[in-house]
Design a protein around this ligand. Structure first.
Ligand code: HEC
Ligand code: HEC
Length: 153
């Protein structure tokens, strides 16, 4: 397990993550928000990020594409995932999900990188929040015409 985790998170990559400034948007010539290709984004740079801080606690929102990791339908602030302890699995493990009325982790989460089926959660699926994010009421920054495919409608 330990070697696997180290393989997933090589120290250099981790250091890079910690040191690099996390800029998701570029600035355009006027100092406003711009996409990476320089197209201006029609939103105020002062727009409050508050909407992103409060998870919407309701039934899970519909998925937008077939392979989407489902959004987390509750806050996660108090659910730590550390090297030795995974709070999420207290409720989402196959052992506990019925008692907790939670969805059991997908069977795909028991497969290791070589396609081998494991008895417990695969190291590749251990850090749940890498893929599952709390659902929030966030409007798209750029209007778009994306439609859910029929398979998830
Ligand atoms: C105290 C129990 C508990 C803990 C701890 C917990 N959850 Fe949940 N989770 C639930 C319940 C209950 C639901 C709601 C299931 C429903 O409404 O169908 C849920 C829903 C979800 C869903 C949506 C599932 C779906 O059916 O679409 C995801 C994803 C999820 N949780 C991920 C996480 C992650 C990641 C963590 C750890 C950071 C976590 N949960 C910790 C109880 C818990
Ligand atoms: C590498 C990305 C990734 C990680 C890490 C990950 N998941 Fe998922 N999860 C997914 C994807 C993609 C799906 C939907 C497709 C599938 O079922 O595999 C999913 C599905 C789920 C579902 C819904 C299952 C269902 O039957 O609808 C739950 C619950 C869930 N994950 C919980 C967790 C928990 C808890 C963890 C951490 C222990 C975790 N996941 C880690 C990508 C991930």
């Amino acid at each position: 397990m330990r070697n696997r985790l180290l393989a997933v998170f090589p120290a250099a990559a981790l250091a890079g993550l910690l040191l690099s400034p996390c800029a998701s948007f570029a600035a355009d010539d006027d100092g406003g928000l711009a996409t990476l290709r320089g197209a201006p984004i029609q939103t105020s740079i002062e727009a409050s990020g508050d909407a992103l801080k409060k998870a919407v606690e309701s039934a899970p929102l519909e998925r937008d594409f077939t392979q989407q990791p489902p959004l987390v339908s509750h806050a996660v602030d108090n659910y730590p995932v550390t090297r030795n302890f995974n709070k999420c699995m207290d409720c989402h493990s196959w052992e506990n999900y019925r008692k907790e009325k939670a969805t059991k982790v997908s069977q795909t989460h028991f497969r290791d990188a070589d396609g081998q089926e494991l008895a417990n959660i695969s190291p590749r699926r251990y850090f749940c929040l890498q893929c599952h994010v709390p659902q929030v009421d966030a409007k798209p920054l750029i209007a778009n015409t994306y439609q859910r495919p029929a398979s998830v409608r």
